[in-house]
Design a binder for this molecule. Sequence first.
Ligand code: FE2
Length: 373
Amino acid sequence: MVERFTLLTSGKITFGAGAAESVGNEAAALGRKAFIVADRHFRERGGAAEMVQNSCAKAGVEPIMFDSPPAGEPDLDTVERARHALGSARCDVAIALGGGSILDTAKAAAGLAREAGHVREYFDGRPVGSAGIPFIAMPTTAGSGAEATVNAVLSDPSRQIKQSIRDNRFLARVILADPRLTLSCPPRTTADSGMDALAQAIESFTSLGANPMTDALAFEAAQLILHSLVPAYRDGQNLDARSDMLLGSLMAGIALTNARLGAIHGLAHPLGIRWHIPHGRICAILLAPVMRFNESVAGAKYARLSDLAGENIIGHVERLRDMLDIPADLKEYHITADEVEWVVKESLPSGSLKMNPRPARAEDLRAILAPLV
Ligand SMILES: [Fe+2]
């Protein structure tokens, strides 16, 4: 008999080419004034951000554009600024157009819209007391899966901490996943964020929190990503490959927010904040070593993934990393033995690490990192 489980998803998901154009009507069903957080890349004249504004205006929703979206990963100050901007303009719906950083900025600002405290307090563990304003997610990379998750990954550079604020009410009310929005994603980001999506599919597939629904989503996500990542990297205009990547990363996002992740994501946050390594690149480098560590307990699921890949999945993941021109280790960052200890110490309390299928202690993390640094 299947053990009891719960699955949380967004209220509505529209997937496919052209899905983005319904944003105005979706916003009109939720409010009258929309706070828009858009990636700089889409804010040039005639870009997708202008389409979002026009679509809102046409549907009778006043668009208010956030003028300082994060250039890199979102920090607490940026989220606080966004929260104040949407509050002082009295916006009643938020729209995010961008990759994981943009989505998480808008998600946190919307989710904390009616809270009294500073975002730092919730980052430090204060529970979110009230529902925020509804949030519409329009991902432009494939991807973090952030359009589908209940958490916003934020960083506090002053304390070198990267962690999540999490509340089930943070789920996007509507996801508009339009593969055309991903056509302009540059090859480097396509490769890195695609390997993040693959790592998320594989970690949620083998997580201690996996259930039959997340298994179905994670397995299908892995299949889509394994077959479409290299084609999307080599030809960014390949809409079929872009579509499969976006669908795969969305499915992995739903899987991970319910099943949680594993040791790759436990280690990735301290490495990312201290050495400024793109998150997807760290995931790509850690994927095979962590899979090798987990193989003794996750062998049956890895066998299913090997069937998909047509060869041993761990070897395949390494080949994929090479084809995407991602290095095999972290040596270029010159991480010292003392710094490895810091990474291990910072990783141990991580929620992701606790869901790794094989318990990972400090000495295990040290052994995973040793050949990589
Ligand atoms: Fe990730």
